[in-house]
Design a protein around this ligand. Structure first.
Ligand code: 2HG
Ligand code: ZN
Length: 455
């Protein structure tokens, strides 16, 4: 059901007339996802200021039978924040306050609309760091990263978003506000609602704030770009780095085709004179001694073909850019299909080598771009040259990943893009448990009805 004039007036009474957006040009920024693959439409974007306003908006929409699509920075990659069927967009960006900063305990409370970058800066200001980092840090928000259980570049070191949550405040689909922001490190008092809401993709409740744990900042970071001549060599090296280097912060993977594309799209010069099959970006704490330990390990491994090392921030950022610019560079050649999968270490290299052929066997004109988080077994399969609505390549890639013991979503979520294939990873009993939870917490299906189980 689309919002009526009367509903728009009711929403304006809750959030103020300036905060119900009905101007179609402004709305356009809320109805397509970052890739341009998923496009929806809506008559209204509502921008509440706090949990009480979110609860009031939810209750009037529920009474009118109008569903809501919660949205943060709109950096999602699986169509999870797109109003596909004219739902009202519930933008959480105005909930952007950081409070109760605790420099002793290393914690802070962030509103759903605070960006990951703002959390990182607030943490740095008090001598700590935030354990989550991702390329979209300056747009992605706390609420959205909780709803999707975002991973990113430092999962190896600090775990995913779920691992940073000491508590959440959320408005459930029933309209009830649940809040547990005390931040006690040990608190075994029943069901852990942060775990349930994290990764629920806005289907059970709207996260409005979170108590986040902070982590010690990286100490004298060393960044290396390592070139390798084979994919199995890269996978094996990622394993030895994890085992041998206690200060390891990140091990990221990309390949020769992706590097070429990044250099063309960004105008940056290639890192080495010769091309190599695979590359790892490695970051570790510990300055000169850590750099020496890394060099020793690389020489001993026999897999390395070339390397560049940086101990200062500017050259270190330049090495990181080869990896971080992949998403942007791929977007510059057309809307990609994004399949974010995890493989067990035993089949990771085989999967990387099999995917491009599996794609061209059904879509000869398509191009496959692979990169990801080597230490997590997480490969981002991007396919360009295929129409946005053609799902044949998605099916081939996701079925291959599942058949090799993998997950069809490592860190981006199911969204609307992958709901057809959720059964590849989840048993009927699990899916019916999901449905039971959905009915209990969102009985009228007003929250993000097109994602995960819906549609
Ligand atoms: C990354 O690791 C993000 O950079 C985006 O998860 C991945 O664009 C992608 O496919
Ligand atoms: Zn990623």
């Amino acid at each position: 059901v689309a919002p009526t004039e009367a509903l728009v007036r009711q929403l304006e009474r809750i959030v103020g007339p300036g905060h119900v957006v009905t101007d179609l040009e402004v709305i356009a920024g809320y109805t397509a996802d970052f890739t341009g693959r998923f496009r929806g439409h809506t008559a209204a974007v509502v921008r509440p200021l706090d949990a009480a306003q979110v609860a009031a908006v939810l209750s009037v929409c529920r009474a009118e039978g109008v569903a809501l699509v919660p949205q943060g920075g709109n950096t999602g990659l699986v169509g999870g924040g797109v109003p596909l069927r004219g739902e009202v967009v519930l933008s959480l960006r105005r909930l952007d306050v950081i409070s109760d900063v605790d420099p002793v305990g290393g914690q802070l409370t962030a509103g759903a609309g605070v960006t990951v970058g703002a959390v990182q800066r607030a943490a740095t200001d008090i001598g700590w760091a935030y354990g989550v980092d991702l390329s979209s840090r300056d747009s992605a928000t706390v609420g959205g990263t909780i709803a999707t259980n975002a991973g990113g570049l430092r999962v190896l070191r600090h775990g995913d978003t779920r691992a940073q949550l000491l508590g959440v405040e959320a408005v459930l689909g029933t309209g009830e506000v649940v809040s547990h922001l005390g931040g006690l490190l040990k608190d075994n008092t029943g069901y852990h609602l942060p775990s349930l809401l994290c990764g629920s993709e806005g289907t059970l409740g709207v996260v409005t704030a979170a108590r986040l744990r902070l982590v010690p900042p990286p100490h004298e970071p060393v960044v290396a770009l390592v070139a390798l001549s084979s994919v199995p060599g890269a996978v094996e090296l990622a394993g030895s780095l994890r085992r041998e280097l206690p200060g390891l912060e990140a091990v990221e993977l990309f390949f020769d085709e992706g590097l070429d594309l990044v250099c063309t799209a960004t105008g940056v010069a290639p890192p080495f004179a010769r091309r190599h099959r695979a590359y790892l970006v490695v970051e570790l704490s510990g300055g000169e001694p850590a750099a020496a330990a890394l060099a020793g390990l690389l020489e001993g491994s026999g897999a390395m073909a070339n390397s560049a090392v940086a101990l200062d921030p500017v050259p270190a950022a330049a090495l990181w850019r080869y990896r971080e610019a992949h998403t942007e560079a791929i977007n510059s050649i057309g809307p990609p299909h994004k399949m974010d999968v995890t493989l067990p270490p035993a089949t990771l290299a085989e999967f990387v080598e099999a995917v491009p052929g599996a794609v061209t066997s059904i879509a000869p004109q398509a191009r496959t771009w692979l990169f990801g988080h080597a230490a997590d077994g997480n490969i981002h399969v991007n396919v360009t040259g295929v129409a946005p609505e053609d799902e044949a390549v998605d099916a081939v890639v996701l079925e291959l990943a599942a058949a090799m013991g993998g997950s069809i979503s490592a860190e981006h979520g199911i969204g609307t893009a992958k709901r057809r294939w959720l059964h590849l990873n989840r048993t009927p009993a699990e899916l019916s448990t999901f449905a039971t939870l959905k009915r209990a917490l969102d009985p009228d299906n007003v929250l993000n009805p097109n994602v995960l189980l819906g549609g």
